[in-house]
Design a binder for this molecule. Structure first.
Ligand SMILES: Nc1ncnc2c1ncn2[C@@H]1O[C@H](COP(=O)(O)OP(=O)(O)OP(=O)(O)O)[C@@H](O)[C@H]1O
Ligand SMILES: [Mg+2]
Length: 268
């Protein structure tokens, strides 16, 4: 007697008859090895991620390393600096071995001062009007498109936010920026400066709902030392650990190690 299992019925013709295998999500490797491991390979490409942290927690270093690792892989990278003049920024990061001026010289890493851009656009008032923001978004879109930018950093949305006083305007600006970047398949890190209190990811409380992901940097005092710690709080489209990692800023770049439990930790 034939014991072979009955053959599967042929697939039905027509819509929905066969479910295509889900396409493997294209990920943007941050190039920070341990972070890519936490993020199952990297940030889903085109996503906008908030890097939130209090003063001196490593926000600028992390976002710059993300751009440099991308530029090394041939992904053109753009840093829009709002807080710190880029000339000074280059001096500050020059001591990191991973920083290569050659990437700036060959145009793979572009550093621009946002206040210089807004001045050039003729926005002479501190507060940006709806029309100014419209023009600024179109300028960023054109830069990203014409230069083929694959990675973008805005450092910081908090400083830019001082010029966008109404929360609805800030929300609208970020939503539209996210759309523009997703359309261009450009992955972005948006820096958010926060106070050290736990549970906050942005000064205005607007940004965290819009972005696709949040990476939180904090300082913790432990047994007399101040440690920097990193936690991935959310990342749409990606499984990830929410564990705390100790972050070290080393000459070769950012290193992460699991944060051991126990002892008394105090938020800084
Ligand atoms: N070459 C270096 N090697 C190791 N650590 C460094 C080096 N240069 C700076 N740092 C450390 O990095 C810290 C600042 O990091 P970074 O500027 O990335 O932080 P931030 O969160 O952007 O700060 P801010 O809130 O001021 O913008 C410094 O306080 C210093 O301790
Ligand atoms: Mg900074």
């Amino acid at each position: 007697m034939d014991s072979a299992p009955p053959a599967a019925p042929p697939p039905l013709a027509g819509a929905g008859a066969s479910t295509p295998a889900p396409a493997r999500m294209d990920r943007c490797q941050t190039g920070i090895e341990a972070l890519d491991a936490i993020l199952a390979g990297g940030i889903p490409r085109g996503n906008m991620v908030l890097v939130a942290g209090s003063v001196g927690t490593g926000k600028t270093t992390l976002t710059l390393e993300f751009l440099i690792r991308g530029a090394e892989r041939g992904e053109r990278s753009l840093f829009l600096s709002v807080t710190e003049a880029t000339a000074k920024l280059v001096q500050n990061v020059a001591s990191f071995e991973f920083f290569q001026t050659a990437l700036i010289e060959d145009g793979s890493l572009i550093l621009l001062d946002l206040p210089a851009i807004t001045a050039k656009l003729g926005f002479d008032r501190d507060e940006l009007s709806h029309e100014d923001l419209d023009i600024l978004l179109r300028t960023i879109r054109d830069l990203v498109r014409t230069l083929g930018v694959r990675r973008l950093v805005v450092d910081s949305i908090t400083s830019l936010g001082y010029r966008i006083p109404r929360d609805e305007q800030l929300r609208d600006f970020l939503l539209r920026l996210g759309e523009i970047l997703a359309e261009a398949d450009c992955t972005s890190l948006i820096v958010s400066e926060i106070s050290p209190e736990p549970g906050r990811y942005s000064a205005r409380g607007v940004e965290e709902a819009i972005v696709d992901g949040i990476i939180l940097l904090r300082s913790t005092r432990r047994l007399g030392d101040i440690l920097r710690v990193l936690q991935v709080v959310k990342m749409r489209g990606s499984p990830h650990s929410r564990a705390l990692y100790v972050l070290e800023l080393t000459p070769i770049g950012i290193l992460l190690a699991p944060h051991l439990k126990g002892g008394r930790a105090v938020e800084e």
